[in-house]
Write a protein that binds this ligand. Structure first.
Ligand SMILES: [Mg+2]
Length: 364
């Protein structure tokens, strides 16, 4: 577990993180990340068995062949059903699964995207993903910074959004005026707003060519999404808080979503992500993965995106945060708004041990 010295109550899940390392007797170590509450997730790794359906992950995995990823995924899912199936248990399984894929890639000498069927692209455009600031001027200063850094797309979310609907639309209008017409803008509400507010947003943001409106309703309001998608000329996106494939079937088939945002470090890892991708591609729904944490998640997401039929952007957290910027020996840094898919075996990343030592957290 790593933790910043000061963790603030803001929409930033990268202030306290859990890295999972899976060691093998062949000397290979796999790296993964669970994007969740680190301390709760660690307990799911460490917990001793309380019944055959309520086991901790560590005891289920020690002694196994890490290359049997599908069988081990099923074993973890099956023996945590007493408390798991979704939420933090599945987030933790995600971190383990990413590490197992890293091991398989390293053992076979192949980058992860080769194991997933091969890359359709070796680079991807990135959207700068940032937090909406308390003052509009501060948000606009960030927009200028991201444009100057070469990003062709940017998202602002959480923070002060979700109050007065006219103010939210005015924020998008001001960003559009600041960055010009050649940049894609996304707006992320973070938390639900009233349904009427969401409809007004969907209509009002269309005047400024907003690429998508993210999470304007409760994650569980699938019927609301169905109505909103029908009424909003701005495309609606959601799904970062789900885990396993099943909620995405609901969001697509009942909710009418045409953009879904599964997070590799939450849904059940690379394994479940590829099952979600198959379900989405069979419906011609776009997968634009949620990716707002460390470079471990960025690397895993890049390998997935490399294999997708249609994905316009990699999301990338662009806040100043050493857990993001200094976690790898060779950090993933987009150039002119474009990121390169790693091509070394496995995830193709190496952790910076000095950063791990500096921010290591033992918990409460
Ligand atoms: Mg979001």
């Amino acid at each position: 577990m790593l933790r910043l010295p000061a963790v603030r109550p803001i929409g930033d899940g990268c202030q306290s993180i859990l890295i999972i390392r899976v060691h093998t007797d062949a000397g290979i170590t796999g790296i993964g990340e669970a994007h969740t509450n680190a301390l709760v997730s660690k307990a799911i790794l460490d917990a001793p068995m309380s019944s055959v359906s309520s086991e901790g992950l560590r005891s289920l995995l020690v002694g196994e062949d890490p290359r049997d990823i599908g069988r081990l995924w099923d074993k973890m899912y099956r023996h945590t059903q007493g408390y798991g199936r979704r939420g933090v248990a599945m987030h933790t399984i995600s971190g383990v699964d990413i590490a197992l894929w890293d091991i398989l890639g390293k053992a076979s000498g192949l980058p992860l995207h080769r194991l997933l069927g091969g890359a359709r692209r070796t680079t991807t455009p990135v959207y700068a993903s940032d937090l909406s600031q308390p003052s509009l001027e501060a948000t606009l200063a960030l927009a200028r910074r991201h444009k100057a850094a070469g990003f062709r797309a940017m998202k602002f979310g959480w923070g002060g959004l979700g109050g007065d609907v006219r103010e939210d639309i005015a924020v998008a209008a001001a960003i559009r005026q600041e960055v010009g017409d050649d940049i894609d803008i996304m707006i992320d509400m973070g938390f639900a707003v009233p349904f009427d507010h969401a409809v007004k947003l969907g209509r009002g943001l269309a005047d400024y060519g907003v690429f998508f409106l993210e999470e304007p309703l409760w994650p569980d309001d699938v019927a609301g999404f169905a109505k909103l998608v029908a009424l909003s000329p701005t495309p609606i996106a959601t799904g970062e808080k789900e885990s396993t494939q099943y909620p995405y079937v609901d969001l697509m088939d009942r909710g009418g979503l045409r953009i879904i945002q599964p997070d590799v470090a939450r849904v059940g890892g690379i394994s479940e992500m590829m099952r979600i991708v198959a379900l989405a591609e069979s419906r011609h729904v776009r997968v634009i993965p949620h990716c707002w944490s460390t470079d471990i998640l960025v690397a895993a997401t890049l390998h997935v995106i490399a294999t997708l039929r249609d994905c316009p952007y990699l999301e990338m957290n662009v806040t100043d945060n050493p857990l993001r910027t200094d976690l790898l020996l060779d950090p993933i840094r987009p150039v002119n708004g474009v990121a390169r898919v790693p091509d070394k075996p496995g995830l193709g990343i190496e952790l910076n041990e000095a950063t791990l030592a500096r921010y290591r957290w033992e918990g409460v």
